[in-house]
Design a protein around this ligand. Structure first.
Ligand code: G
Ligand code: G
Ligand code: MN
Length: 541
C-alpha cells in the first residue's frame, strides 16, 4: 500500500505535529498513504523524502517547522519511488500545527514545463542563451566559445523540406557533441548553435571543423552542408558573455564572407564598431537636410564614335567628419533601413541644380541624360513610380532625361513584378539600363523577357581586357549579345586609351571611366563641361 502512488487524496488527509516535529495525530488517510504514526518525528521519518520543483532535496525542518509559510508545494516521494506533487496547508492551534495535503499535480507539472520551455528549446533540447550563460558562469573555467552556423540550412529546407534541414542541424550538433562530451550547447537560431568547451587542451579546431563539414548521406545521396564556425579562445578573467558575443561576431562576419572557419580578432570588433557608428550616423543624417552631408558626384559618359559628352552617372557621396565614406559601406545600410529612395529623390534635385548651373553658363544641356542607380528595395515599394514622377514634376524634369540603372540581381528577384514596373517606367519616358552586366549570373532567358534599353558592361571585364584573352572573349560576347538584342552598350571603368580604342573597335556605344573623367562634384562637373570642347560638336552638327 505504501508503495502505491498517491493517485487520489481524500478531502481530509492531514497530520498534526508539535513544535519539535513530533507527530500528535494522523488522519486515517495520512496513516494509510504516508505510513505515518503518532509519536513518529516528522524530521526523522526515513521513508519520506521531500523535493522542490528543481528536484533539489528539501529539509523537512524547513518545510514543516518554519513559521512563515502557510501554503507550500512539495514533491513527496515514498521509499524513493515516484514523486507526487502536493500542496500543503498549515493550520496552527495553541499546541499543534496541522498539515493538510491536497494534490497539486497538474499545476506544478504545467509550471515546470513552462519553466523548462523558457530555458530549453523543445525541438533540439538545447539551452537558450540565458540558461547557457548562467551554466558557463557556474563552471568558472577559461574555455573556447564557438558559434556554428549551417549556412545552407535555408537552401536544404527549400530543396528537400524543413524536416531534412532540421536533421542536418541535429547531425552537425551530434558530431560536435561526440567530439566534445564536456561541452555545453545552446540554441542561437534555427540554423545556428553556440558551444562552450570548458578546456582548450588538445583542441584541434581544424579537425573539428572538417568533421562538422563532412558530407551527409540521405536516402542514398550525399551532399555537402556548408558550415561556418566562428570561435574565440578565452583569456583569464574574460567575461563569458562577451566571449560568446565575440564568437558570434566571427561567425557572422560579413566582411570575410568566404572564410568559413574564423577566429575572432580585435580588428573585427573595431570594424563592427565602425559599422555601428556609420549606422547611427546615417540614421541621424538621413533625417536632416541631406545636402548638409550628402552630395552627388557626376561622372561623364561619352559617345564612342563622336566622343561627345552625352550625360553623366550620378554617384552618391557621403561625408562624415570631413571624410568620405565609400558607397559600398553606406548604400547597403540605407537600403536595409528602407530609406534609399530619399537618396534617389535627392539625386534628382541635384540634377536640377546642375542643369540650372549649366544654364547660367549658357550650355545647352538638351542632349544630356542622367543616370541614377536604383536599388531593388526601392523598386519593390509600390509607390516608387509615383514618388519618382512627383519629384520630377516638382523639379521640372522630363523622364526622358533620366536613365535608371538596376543591377541584374535586382531584376531577377521578383522578376515579373519588377518587369511590369519597368514597362510602366519606359512608357513614361525613362531609359532602363542594366548595370554591372555580367556579374549577376542572369540567364539569357530572363534577358529576353526583360524590358530594358541599355546594357552597362561591368568594369571587371574592362580593366584588364587588353592583356587577358579570356576577358576579351567575355567582353566580345557581351557586346555582340547587346548588338543582337539591338541595345546600346556602355563600357564602365575605361581608364586607358587602349581600352577606349578596343571598346570602340568592338562597337561599344558609350564610354564611362577615368579615361575621360573621375566622378566630379557639381561645380567641377560644370567646369568639365565648359572645358570639354567635344560637347560643342553638338552645336556644329
Ligand atoms: O561610386 P562608386 O563611386 O564607388 O559607387 C559604388 C556603387 O555604389 C555603384 O556601383 C552604385 O551601385 C552604388 N551607388 C552609388 N550611388 C548610389 C545611389 O545614389 N543609389 C544607389 N542605390 N546606389 C548607388
Ligand atoms: O553603379 P556602378 O557600379 O556602375 O558605379 C560605377 C563605379 O565605378 C563607381 O564606383 C565609380 O567610382 C567607379 N568607376 C568609374 N569609372 C572608373 C574607372 O575608370 N576606374 C575605376 N577603377 N573605377 C571607376
Ligand atoms: Mn551604376
Amino acid at each position: 500500500m505504501l508503495e502505491d502512488n498517491i493517485t487520489e487524496l481524500f478531502s481530509i488527509c492531514y497530520f498534526s505535529i508539535d513544535n519539535k516535529g513530533n507527530v500528535l495525530s494522523v488522519s486515517p488517510e495520512a496513516w494509510q498513504r504516508f505510513g505515518l504514526n503518532v509519536s513518529d518525528n516528522i524530521l526523522k521519518v526515513k521513508h519520506l523524502s521531500l523535493i522542490n520543483e528543481s528536484y533539489e532535496t528539501l529539509n523537512p525542518e524547513h518545510v514543516f517547522l518554519s513559521e512563515c509559510t502557510d501554503k507550500t508545494e512539495i514533491g513527496l516521494s515514498i521509499n524513493n519511488s515516484t514523486v507526487d506533487w502536493l500542496q500543503l496547508d498549515f493550520v496552527r492551534t495553541s499546541d499543534a500545527k496541522f498539515v493538510l495535503f491536497s494534490k497539486a499535480e497538474e499545476l506544478v507539472a504545467i509550471r515546470r514545463l513552462n519553466k523548462q520551455l523558457a530555458i530549453q528549446d523543445p525541438h533540439t533540447g538545447l539551452l537558450y542563451r540565458e540558461a547557457f550563460v548562467t551554466k558557463i558562469k557556474e563552471l568558472d573555467t577559461v574555455g573556447l566559445v564557438c558559434c556554428v552556423r549551417i549556412c545552407n540550412y535555408q537552401r536544404i529546407s527549400e530543396l528537400w523540406n524543413i524536416g531534412v534541414a532540421n536533421l542536418v542541424f541535429m547531425e552537425v550538433l551530434s558530431r560536435f557533441q561526440i567530439e566534445y562530451e564536456s561541452a555545453i550547447f545552446s540554441k542561437y537560431s534555427t540554423d545556428c548553435f553556440s558551444v562552450y568547451i570548458p578546456s582548450t587542451k588538445n583542441l584541434n579546431i581544424e579537425k573539428l571543423y572538417n568533421t562538422l563539414n563532412a558530407p551527409f548521406t540521405f536516402n542514398g545521396s550525399s551532399f555537402y552542408s556548408n558550415i561556418a564556425l566562428g570561435y574565440y579562445k578565452e583569456k583569464n578573467n574574460d567575461d563569458h558573455e562577451l566571449s560568446l558575443n565575440k564568437a558570434e561576431m566571427a561567425t557572422f562576419d560579413v566582411l570575410s564572407e568566404k572564410l568559413r572557419l574564423v577566429e575572432f580578432q580585435d580588428t573585427l570588433a573595431k570594424q563592427i564598431e565602425h559599422q555601428n557608428k556609420i549606422e547611427t550616423e546615417l540614421q541621424v543624417t538621413l533625417n536632416k537636410n541631406l545636402a548638409d552631408s550628402f552630395f552627388v558626384a557626376f561622372q561623364a559618359i561619352h559617345d564612342t564614335r563622336s566622343e561627345c559628352l552625352i550625360g553623366a552617372e550620378c554617384l552618391m557621396r557621403w561625408k562624415v567628419d570631413g571624410k568620405l565614406v565609400p558607397p559600398d559601406e553606406f548604400i547597403p545600410i540605407v537600403e536595409s533601413s528602407g530609406e534609399i529612395n530619399k537618396l534617389t529623390l535627392f539625386s534628382i534635385e541635384q540634377i536640377r541644380k546642375l542643369l540650372d548651373l549649366l544654364d547660367e553658363e549658357e550650355i545647352d544641356a538638351n542632349f544630356y541624360t542622367f543616370a541614377i542607380n536604383i536599388s531593388v528595395t526601392e523598386i519593390l515599394d509600390v509607390n516608387f513610380e509615383k514618388k519618382l514622377l512627383e519629384k520630377l514634376t516638382e523639379q521640372r524634369l522630363n523622364p526622358k532625361k533620366i536613365k535608371l540603372e538596376l543591377t541584374e540581381s535586382a531584376l531577377i528577384d521578383n522578376f515579373s513584378y519588377v518587369n511590369n514596373v519597368l514597362v510602366s517606367l519606359q512608357k513614361k519616358g525613362f531609359t532602363i539600363a542594366i548595370d554591372d552586366f555580367g556579374t549577376g549570373f542572369s540567364s539569357l532567358s530572363y534577358l529576353c523577357k526583360l524590358n530594358f534599353d541599355e546594357l552597362k558592361i561591368d568594369r571587371a571585364f574592362v580593366t584588364n581586357v587588353i592583356k587577358d584573352t579570356k576577358l576579351q572573349s567575355i567582353f566580345n560576347s557581351i557586346v555582340s549579345l547587346a548588338k543582337n538584342l539591338d541595345k546600346p552598350i556602355v563600357a564602365e571603368g575605361v581608364e586607358e586609351m587602349e581600352q577606349m580604342i578596343y571598346a570602340k573597335a568592338k562597337g561599344v556605344n558609350y564610354i564611362q571611366g577615368y579615361y575621360y573623367s573621375k566622378p566630379l562634384a557639381i561645380t567641377e562637373f560644370v567646369e568639365y563641361v565648359l572645358e570639354d570642347k567635344s560637347s560643342y560638336l553638338h552645336f556644329d552638327s
